[in-house]
Design a protein around this ligand. Structure first.
Ligand code: ZN
Ligand code: ZN
Ligand code: ZN
Length: 115
């Protein structure tokens, strides 16, 4: 397994490979790649799905459509959390206005069950 690093955001540890202060990791380093996701399987905040795969020895589980009120999205810019449904309906952080990477929508199914 790849060595994992972690940072603290508002007292919560966030894990990732080569994670930076805005939760970018070695896989996603774009200016807008500043969110972390809480994984359903282990309830750990991870910079991305790839980080989870490299740093754990279990398969990732996705949040079901009945868990859209879970605070599973963390804004790396301000450290506030969003529920899954808030995240789905926002193009930027509800708290600080930081824009999310629109390309993330292509990967929703890695983290969340999609109808
Ligand atoms: Zn896990
Ligand atoms: Zn990653
Ligand atoms: Zn924010």
């Amino acid at each position: 397994m790849t060595p994992i690093s972690s940072i603290e955001v508002n007292g919560e540890p966030v894990f990732g490979v080569g994670i930076d202060a805005q939760t970018r990791c070695s896989h996603w380093r774009g200016r807008h790649d500043t969110i972390a996701l809480r994984m359903k399987c282990c309830e750990r905040w991870m910079a991305c799905f790839e980080c989870h795969r490299e740093c754990t020895d279990h398969p990732a589980e996705v949040w079901s459509i009945y868990e859209r009120d879970q605070r599973a999205v963390l804004c790396g810019s301000c450290g506030q959390t969003l529920t899954i449904s808030e995240y789905f309906n926002a193009f930027s952080c509800l708290h600080c206005g930081t824009r999310f990477n629109p390309g993330c929508a292509d990967h929703y199914q890695l983290y969340f069950e999609i109808e």
